[in-house]
Design a binder for this molecule. Structure first.
Ligand code: NAD
Ligand code: IPM
Ligand code: MN
Length: 356
């Protein structure tokens, strides 16, 4: 089993080191190969996703990714910005299905910014389409406006688009996933305003005919954002487009206590996968040794389960995380009174100890 390890920037290197430590503590044979990505790769090789890194990613059985980005690169031409590395990997490997499970662990019920009774026992799954939508739609760019409110003014434009097969395949992923859990899918759209999302809604409704054992609801994205904080446990599987999924998953992360708890898996049709925390490189806390590594460690568990056929090892990691939380160990983002504040490395060490 070959795992490409791409730590990236900011806290990316700190949290991936802990996940690697946890993987190494399992009695499994992995080949781990590390390569630069994002700003780190731009510094080393002049490009955020060098050919050698992409090649490694393509050849690996799975990819463990940290995070990319730093404010200091925001002035670079877009193709050279760190974020292009993760977007480029998703596109190049066809990783269209992004799983972001928002699970509130019993011990973290009080870490959420919501009332404990709203999040206790929460277990929802956001399935975000990851290779389409306004993120990748062409044309895009800047120009001088020839119409609109201010003809002659500088303007910028992006294109929101989805094709029928793109919607069909992500809908199938969502219905299949729902079948294995609460048997309910909420498709989140903006069909009341956007043509792209009218097609989305129509296609999801058609695909649903093959999954009559699963309940399907449709919800507008603004309402979904509200319902997520009003009654999050009413959801089971949420399926939505790339941009809405980006926003709603960050929102959902706070239901679990912290964005530092939200793992993710991005899969293609060959079940090859990239595994990364849902959060970014957190430049505000990078280098301080306080980042929560659990989202990355839990992403490694998803990697074992989905791409490496090691469900038992995945279970062990998840059990170890729960055990560490039960011991009261908390990085600052999930700290509450009466618990013990620890740093990134101590948290990783504690998970390793719990495994043993
Ligand atoms: P962010 O997710 O990096 O951080 C948002 C907030 O959450 C910050 O206050 C941060 O300290 C906190 N946070 C994030 N992860 C944490 C963790 N593990 N433990 C404790 N606290 C944590 O989002 P941002 O600040 O908007 O973006 C920073 C950079 O990251 C940008 O360059 C952005 O483009 C990039 N980014 C990359 C990815 C990715 O690589 N997939 C994802 C999101 C953002
Ligand atoms: C994420 C991030 C990325 C996204 C950025 C860094 C391109 O926010 O993985 O959620 O918007 O998809
Ligand atoms: Mn995001």
């Amino acid at each position: 089993m070959k795992i490409a390890v791409l730590p990236g920037d900011g806290i990316g290197t700190e949290i991936v080191a802990e996940a690697v430590k946890v993987l190494k503590a399992l009695d499994l044979k992995f080949e781990l190969e590390t390569a630069p990505v994002g700003g780190a790769a731009y510094e080393a090789a002049g490009h955020p996703l060098p050919d050698s890194t992409l090649k490694l990613a393509r050849e690996a059985d799975a990819i463990l990714f940290g995070a990319v980005g730093d404010w200091k690169y925001d002035k670079l031409d877009r193709p050279l910005r760190p974020e292009q590395a993760i977007l480029g990997l998703r596109k190049a490997l066809g990783l269209f299905a992004n799983f972001r499970p928002a699970i509130c662990y019993e011990q973290l019920t009080h870490a959420s910014s919501l009332k404990p009774e709203l999040v206790a026992g929460l277990d929802i799954l956001i399935i975000r389409e990851l290779t389409g939508d306004i993120y990748f739609g062409q044309p895009r760019g800047r120009r001088v406006a020839t119409d609109g409110h201010f003809p002659g003014a500088e303007e910028a434009f992006d294109t929101m688009r989805y094709s029928r097969p793109e919607i069909e395949r992500i809908a199938r992923v969502a219905f299949e996933a729902a079948r294995k859990r609460g048997k309910k899918v909420t498709s989140v759209d903006k069909a009341n305003v956007l043509e792209t999302f009218q097609l989305w809604k129509d296609v999801v409704t058609e695909v649903h005919k093959d999954y009559q054992d699963v309940q399907l609801d449709h919800m507008y994205v603004d309402n979904a954002a509200m319902q997520l904080v009003k009654a999050p446990k009413a959801f089971d599987v949420i399926v939505t487009g790339n941009m809405f999924g980006d926003i709603l998953s960050d929102e959902a992360s706070m239901l679990t206590g912290s964005i530092g708890m939200l793992p993710s898996a991005s899969l293609n049709d060959k079940k090859q996968g990239l595994y990364e925390p849902s959060h970014g490189s957190a430049p505000d806390i990078a280098g301080k040794g306080v980042a929560n590594p659990l989202a990355t460690i839990l992403s490694a568990a998803m990697m074992l389960r989905f791409s490496l056929g090691q469900a038992e090892a995945a279970d062990r990691i998840e059990a170890a995380v729960k055990q560490v939380l039960a011991l009261g160990l908390r990085t600052p983002d999930i700290y509450s009174e009466g618990t013990t504040r620890v740093g990134t490395v101590q948290m990783g060490d504690a998970v390793v100890n719990a495994l043993r």
